[in-house]
Design a protein around this ligand. Structure first.
Ligand SMILES: O=C(O)C1=C[C@@H](OP(=O)(O)O)[C@@H](O)[C@H](O)C1
Ligand SMILES: C=C(OP(=O)(O)O)C(=O)O
Length: 747
């Protein structure tokens, strides 16, 4: 903020922490000329003058406000009206007034009552900052830096007055947020007023108990944390509780209702319900803690931008396990939730995509414990036990969650809306809406079949036969999952084999599924029975290391416990066809899925025309395979892969653009790409890569750095956490040299 902004005369009424910190901040930064102050307490005024916060005070409030350009009213809420009445006749005709109270509706009413309807120069404000410390001596010139100040402009508020107050807040480092008066009071009732009320009430209850001495002797831990805020000013809070009475009573009623519910569960020994409340609360609290760690009142549009700086690394070595399979993790939550009984999952992927699915089922009332080191316990509710979620289901970056859930939601009795991040919001959902509508579901999408997608409950579904127009396991799974709720038989035929985890897992839960060549059939009316699921390591995550070890001379790594379902092993087949040295060791079957350890040693790869039948079997691995192709001897041609254009990014374009940036001769075609490999003698040049916020593009170019001549900077890598938490640590342990640069930015 430039020091050109200046207010000549400010009057502060009420010399507490909030008003004094604002004035101190303005003074310290040279934005104010003369400050006068008033407080009911003479000592506060004297102290404020001695501390250099104010230049003048008077026991007559009218002397203090006369000639002020900005009057800051910083007194307990119930005292505002009295202040307004006593200054009404003395303020100048241009003076702007503002306040800092925690309730806005009552102050708006006071202004109207005292100054009349037509008064336009009062700007209602509320800084979300504070501490248990109070008074003049606690004033802190940096109290508002990066803190939110809520301004609640009214229709009649003068724009010049608004501008002045906004400038005066910004000048002390505050971030401004506008809200409607009623909305402010509703939000604050829940986030601030109710917690204070509970803290005061609990301490009072315990203090009145005849065992209070015992209680307070051992009052560390929970008591101290929960009741910290009961040390705040009683006058201030008495005023807030009466000024925002209606909204506080509303949230209190809600809380009383939920508290009774929890009490009843404890009384009945219903530990699952208790666990449900606790796990949901813990997740919410963990989420808020992340937010609170950064800011007092955070802007949800702020996210971290993550950049990888990848310098040439060493030969890869070691034996390690990459995180759990994403496709199987999603399905374990879905089927575990719909089963009868308790399902135990191990090896669960704690990535943002599978966690989005987990949260969606929690939102629909399923009690899910964990994840804790890959272990998840799901208390299934049966096929008909899901409950209406309180809000739209937010599925982040995850196409699998949205498409599979669309099928399941079509069979429910309640309506559900599903939304996602910027990337997911651009992905086609017509491909699932179409067959669901044929089954009788009522499904709405936004324009051109994009999310958000709304699935109306209560439709009577009927079984269909569906010929998949594209090879897509997500569409196949969507139709099959809807089939669990459809009258009669539901079947799908696919144009080429795609991952069959849904079919396998349904069978694992005891559901009858018929597979006949490329046709899968099931009938409704069955039940899912809880089971245990051991999720193998994700071959799609392993693929980056298969490529890394192949292209980097001297490499020799073993990837443990990798899922090698025949519908997923395209990457092994393709790399082998290119001359890769890949051994599949120790093959075994775990919970209906084949698993093996995979040893990869470096080899000089050669370009090939990738067989089209391998495309669906390696659909997520092409970004990594493009890196392998660039290091190969000769030309690699990919065809029949137009699906790559509708993943988290247009993966053909994103990879070709990145390769060209690094000096590789590559071009995209409508359904694939042609890449001229630079061979044994060549390398990637340095450069800056746009990952298009796509996890697989980011990780592929990180691997390219193994054969880089110069640093490769990869932008927007935050989404690596959707499928591969811990990627950077593992990569560096294996031989890469990745540095991470993280910044908070406006999304
Ligand atoms: O069913 C699944 O778990 C998936 C299917 C594939 O999508 P499509 O069905 O769109 O090919 C794949 O790309 C995605 O990462 C996971
Ligand atoms: C396409 C992918 O996932 P989804 O469709 O679930 O977003 C992927 O992980 O590469």
């Amino acid at each position: 903020m430039s020091s050109e902004f200046r207010i000549e005369r400010i009057a502060v009424i009420g010399l507490g922490l909030i008003g004094c910190s604002w004035v101190k901040g303005l003074r310290a930064r040279g934005h104010v000329g003369f400050v006068s102050g008033y407080d009911r307490n003479l000592e506060s005024m004297t102290l404020a003058q001695e501390a250099g916060l104010i230049d003048f005070f008077s026991e007559d409030i009218t002397d203090v406000v006369a000639d002020a350009d900005l009057i800051i009213i910083s007194v307990p809420i119930m005292a505002v009206r009295g202040v307004l009445e006593s200054i009404l006749a003395s303020i100048s005709s241009t003076a702007v007034l503002t306040d800092v109270g925690s309730v806005k509706g009552s102050v708006a009413a006071d202004v109207k009552a005292v100054f009349g309807d037509g008064f336009t120069r009062f700007v209602l404000g509320h800084p979300i900052a504070g501490s248990e410390r109070s008074g003049v001596l606690a004033a802190d010139e940096n109290l508002y830096v990066h803190h939110k100040v809520i301004i609640t402009p009214e229709a009649h508020t003068d724009s010049k007055a608004l501008k002045l107050v906004r400038q005066a807040w910004r000048a002390v480092g505050a971030d401004i947020e506008d809200m409607a008066v009623e909305h402010h009071d509703e939000v604050l009732a829940a986030t601030s007023h109710l917690p204070h009320l509970l803290a005061y009430s609990l301490v009072d209850t315990l203090a009145n108990s005849h065992e209070n001495k015992e209680i307070f002797n051992y009052a560390a831990g929970g008591f101290r944390d929960f009741t910290r805020i009961a040390a705040s000013s009683p006058v201030m809070w008495r005023d807030i509780f009466s000024a925002n009475r209606e909204q506080i009573l509303k949230t209190l009623d809600l809380f009383e209702h939920d508290l009774k519910f929890l009490r009843a569960a404890i009384e009945l020994g219903d530990t699952t319900t208790v666990m449900g409340v606790l796990t949901r609360a813990k997740v919410a609290r963990d989420h808020f803690s992340k937010i609170l760690a950064r800011r007092a009142y955070v802007d949800p549009m702020k996210t971290a931008s993550v950049t990888y700086i990848a310098t040439p690394g060493q030969a890869l070595s070691g034996s390690f396990r990459v995180p759990g399979d994403k496709s199987i993790s999603h399905r374990s939550i879905m089927l575990g939730s719909l089963a009868n009984g308790t399902t135990e999952v191990s090896g669960f992927l704690e990535g943002e995509d599978s966690l989005a699915t987990l949260q969606a089922f929690r939102d629909m009332g399923v009690v899910i414990e964990g994840p804790h080191r890959g272990r998840v316990t799901i208390h299934g509710v049966g096929l008909h036990g899901l409950q209406t979620p309180p809000n739209a289901l937010y599925l982040g970056n995850s196409g699998t969650s949205m498409r599979l859930l669309a099928g399941l939601m079509a069979g429910q009795v309640f309506d559900v809306e599903m939304s996602g991040d910027e990337s997911l919001s651009k992905r086609p959902m017509g491909r699932v809406a179409d067959p669901l509508r044929l089954m009788g579901a009522a499904v709405e999408t936004a324009e051109a079949g994009r999310p958000p997608i709304k699935v109306m409950g209560g439709s009577k579904l009927k079984g269909i036969h569906y010929d998949l127009p594209m090879a897509s396991a997500q569409v196949k799974s969507c139709v099959l999952l809807a089939g669990l709720y459809a009258e009669g038989e539901t079947s799908v035929t696919e144009p080429a084999p795609t991952r069959d985890h849904t079919e396998r897992m349904l069978k694992g839960f005891g559901y009858d599924v018929q597979v006949d060549g490329n046709k899968v059939t099931l009938k409704s009316g069955g039940e899912l029975t809880a089971t245990s699921i051991d999720v193998p390591a994700d071959i799609s995550s392993a693929a980056f290391y298969m490529v890394g070890a192949s292209i980097m001379p001297g490499s020799d790594i073993t990837l443990q416990h990798v899922g090698i379902n025949p519908t997923r092993i395209g990457v092994i087949n393709i790399l082998r066809a290119m001359g890769g040295n890949i051994e599949v060791l120790n093959e075994r079957e775990v919970g209906g899925e084949p698993v093996a350890d995979i040893r990869i040693r470096s080899a000089q790869l050669k370009g090939i025309h990738i067989p089209e039948d391998q495309v669906p079997l390696a659909i997520d691995e092409f970004p990594a395979i493009f890196i392998a192709a660039a290091c190969a001897e000769g030309e690699t041609v990919l065809t029949g892969a137009e699906e790559l254009r509708v993943k988290e990014s247009d993966r053909i374009q994103a990879m070709v653009d990145g390769l060209v940036t690094l000096g590789v001769d590559a071009k995209g075609t409508h359904d694939g790409a042609i890449i001229q490999g630079f061979g044994a003698a060549g390398s990637f040049g340095g450069g800056e890569i746009e990952s298009q916020h796509d996890h697989r593009i980011a990780m592929s170019f990180a691997m390219a750095s193994l054969r880089g001549s110069d640093p490769i900077i990869v932008r927007d890598c935050a989404n690596v956490a959707t499928s591969f938490p811990g990627f950077v640590e593992l990569a560096n342990a294996a031989g890469l040299a990745l540095k991470v640069n993280e910044e908070s930015v406006d999304a």
